[in-house]
Ligand binder design. Sequence first.
Ligand SMILES: [Ca+2]
Length: 322
Amino acid sequence: MKTRWLLCCVLAAPVFGNDVPGTIVELGSFERLEASGVSYAAGRLAVVDDTLNSVFLFDAGGRFLGNLDSERLPTARAKFEDLAFHRDTETYFAVGSHEGWTDESLRQLSVLLEFRFDSLDSIEHASVRQLPLWEGFDELGLWKPKGMKIEGLAVDDSGQTLFVGLRQPSDLARVYSVSLASLRGGEPKVTLLLEFDAGDAEDTPYCISAMTWEPVLGGLLIATSTEQEPSHRFLGNRLWFAAVDAAVVPIRAGGGAAGQAVLVWDRFDEGMKAEGLALGAGKLFIVYDNDQDDTRIPSRLRVVPMEAVFETLDLRLRYVAP
Ligand SMILES: [Ca+2]
């Protein structure tokens, strides 16, 4: 009989302050780039942007490689807020903010696209599809003017489930799941997977701003960021891990079970706004939007060896027979 192993971990105290590991570089030198989501594939980073509404390619060190032909995307004004990538099918998912002040702006920004690249590293026109994610949130009563704002998107290894993180409502951090089959079939069923109090910095709430699937632990890395309005002052970010795979068993009480979020890094990179997370080649990539158009702070990239993330989690893999 095939033995099924369970993965166990011990979760230690989070890292505080700005002493998180890794290096930071400026992300290209575009005047208005505000990097709002990132994915890693084959040594390169694809970055979406919520000001120019385009897709950019960088190498894993943050050097600019090219600007994809976003005219192939059916909307140029989606206000893209995150990007997810499914490796086996080489499929990207780009999500608009699904926010709006009026019915018209709500419709304009309620976009979920899937697409692939062609052999020339452009978007393969025939692969572009729109998926009706908004219908699932409409059923929940959230899809309405001033009702919601999407900031995080992730896809699991199986390519069956999309995870959607909301920045607003901002009373709690909330992650929803939806099967890709239901989205592609035109009848999406969006369900609440996780909600937690992400806390605040100087009374400014931490809100979800990015997500990515973590395949070793079978869960989500989630970034929450802070922003004071209207000054665009960023008070720091928090990184969380939330187990989704039920086989991840927490040893220590207080976090780690499916349906709970564990704080990994507390209040890191003050003065910047984390907006995108990606994993690849043993590294965690964090992109910072920084609202360059208003603040003049350029978008930046932090590259972190993944073992440093696991060290912070104080991860001790233990194999337990069922
Ligand atoms: Ca984002």
